[in-house]
Design a protein. Structure first.
Length: 391
C-alpha cells in the first residue's frame, strides 16, 4: 500500500513539489475548453494549502517540441486561482535561479504553478540531472498525475527516486477503483471493449478473459474478430496481422467458459454510392461503422444483468453523427443500470461527456493509456517508485 499525503506530517513551511495532470483541452487562443482535470486535482491542492505547505505544481500540456506559447500553462493558473481559496502565482520556467527565488519568497499555504515541463526535452527522456535540479528545490514530492503514471518521465518517476514521496487523493482513488476491478468485481462482471485495433487491446482482452464473466466487443476491431470466425466483413477495417490473435482470444474465452459477444448487425455505408444501411451481413462494398439495433438489444440484456461494468473504447465512429447511435445507446444503458459502472480511456470519457452522462457513472478514470496499462499489469512505473505506507 502506497504512502498518501495523509501519511505526511509537519508539512507547514515545507516545499511540496506536486505533479498533476493539467493536460486539458485548450484552443489556440488559450481558452480552456474543459476544466475536469483541474477540478479533479482540487482536493489534493486544497489539503496541502490547508497544511500550510508551499505548493509548487508541475504539469505537462500536450506534446510540444520545445517552447510553444499555445501550450503554456499560464491560462491554467488563472482558472486555478478562481477555484482555490488561495493565492496562485505562475512562473515561466521549471528550473533556474528565478524559480528558486520565487519558491523562496512563496508564503506558506500558497501555490506556484511552474511552466509546462515538456518544454524541456529532458522531461520525457527522464534525464536524472534535470530531475535532480527540480528535486533540489523541494522537500517532499507528491505524485497525483495518474494519467502519466505509465511513463518514466523526469517529473514523476525521476523526482520520486530522489525525494521523500507520497501519492495524492486522485492517484489513491484511481488505484483503489482499478484494484477493485482486478481483485473483487461485483458479479456478473461485464467488460465492454471498443476501439480500432485488436493489437492495442490484446493484453486487456486476455486479462478480462480471466477477470470478467462476459466481454462485449464493438468498434472497428470487431470486424477483425468477425473475420476470425469466418464472417464476411465487406470492406470494413481489418487488422490482417491480428486475425490469428483474435482467433486465439476467442478460443481462450471458450476454453475458460467465458462469453465474448460480437456484433450481429451493423450500420454500414456503401463505398460507391455512400448510402447508409442497417444490415446483418457486410458484403460487397459495405463498410461497417457502428453496431446495429439488434446488437444493442443483445448487449442490453447482458448489461442489465451485470453487477459491475467496465467500459473502454467507442462502439462505432461516434465522431460522425450517422454512426453515433451505437455508442450513445450503450452509454445510456450502462449509465442507467443498477450495476457499479466504470469508464476509462480518453475517447470513451469524451463520448460520455458528449452525451451528458458523466455524472451517471460511478467511476470515471482520468487516465487513458494509464488505465489500461494498470489493468493489464496491476501497477505502473511512477506508482512503483512511491514509498510504501508504514503500517
Amino acid at each position: 500500500m502506497k504512502r498518501t499525503i495523509k501519511d505526511l506530517v509537519n508539512l507547514k513551511g515545507k516545499v511540496v513539489l506536486l505533479r498533476v495532470d493539467f493536460n486539458v483541452p485548450m484552443d489556440d487562443s488559450g481558452k480552456i475548453l474543459d476544466t475536469t482535470r483541474i477540478d479533479n486535482e482540487l482536493p489534493t491542492i486544497k489539503y496541502l494549502v490547508e497544511q500550510k505547505a508551499k505548493v509548487v505544481i508541475l504539469s505537462h500540456l500536450g506534446r510540444p517540441d520545445g517552447y510553444d506559447i499555445r501550450k503554456s500553462l499560464w491560462p491554467i493558473s488563472i482558472i486555478l486561482s478562481q477555484k482555490l481559496e488561495a493565492n496562485v502565482s505562475f512562473c515561466n520556467y521549471c528550473i533556474g535561479e528565478e524559480v528558486r527565488q520565487r519558491i523562496k519568497m512563496l508564503p506558506e499555504g500558497e501555490v506556484l504553478l511552474l511552466e509546462n515541463v515538456r518544454f524541456y526535452k529532458q522531461e520525457e527522456e527522464c534525464d536524472m540531472k534535470f530531475a535532480r535540479e527540480i528535486a533540489s528545490m523541494g522537500d517532499i514530492f507528491v505524485d497525483d498525475a495518474f494519467g502519466v503514471a505509465h511513463r518514466k518521465h523526469a517529473s514523476n518517476f525521476g523526482i520520486a527516486r530522489i525525494l521523500p514521496n507520497a501519492i495524492g487523493f486522485l492517484m489513491e482513488r484511481e488505484i483503489n477503483a482499478l484494484n477493485q476491478i482486478l481483485d473483487n468485481p461485483r458479479r456478473p462482471f461485464v467488460a465492454v471493449l471498443g476501439g480500432a485495433k485488436v493489437s492495442t487491446k490484446t493484453k486487456i482482452l486476455e486479462k478480462f478473459i480471466d477477470k470478467a464473466d462476459t466481454i462485449l466487443i464493438g468498434g472497428a476491431m470487431a470486424y477483425t474478430f468477425l473475420k476470425a470466425i469466418g464472417q464476411d466483413i465487406g470492406q470494413s477495417i481489418l487488422n490482417t496481422e491480428s486475425i490469428s490473435v483474435a482467433k486465439a482470444i476467442l478460443d481462450s474465452a471458450k476454453e475458460a467458459g467465458k462469453k465474448i459477444l460480437l456484433p450481429i448487425d451493423h450500420v454500414a455505408m456503401h463505398a460507391k454510392s455512400k448510402n447508409i444501411v442497417t444490415t446483418s451481413k457486410l458484403t460487397g462494398d459495405l463498410i461497417g461503422f457502428d453496431i446495429g439495433p439488434n446488437t444493442i438489444d443483445l448487449y442490453r440484456k447482458e448489461l442489465r444483468a451485470a453487477g459491475e461494468i467496465f467500459w473502454n473504447g467507442p462502439l462505432g465512429m461516434y465522431e460522425n453523427k450517422a454512426y453515433r447511435n451505437g455508442t450513445r445507446s450503450i452509454a445510456e444503458i450502462i449509465a442507467h443500470t443498477k450495476a457499479y459502472t466504470s469508464v476509462g480511456g480518453g475517447d470513451t470519457v469524451a463520448t460520455v461527456n458528449l452525451f451528458g452522462l458523466l455524472d451517471k457513472f460511478d467511476y470515471v478514470s482520468t487516465g487513458g493509456g494509464a488505465t489500461l496499462k494498470y489493468l493489464e499489469e496491476g501497477s505502473l512505473p511512477a506508482i512503483d517508485v512511491i514509498q510504501e505506507k508504514i503500517l
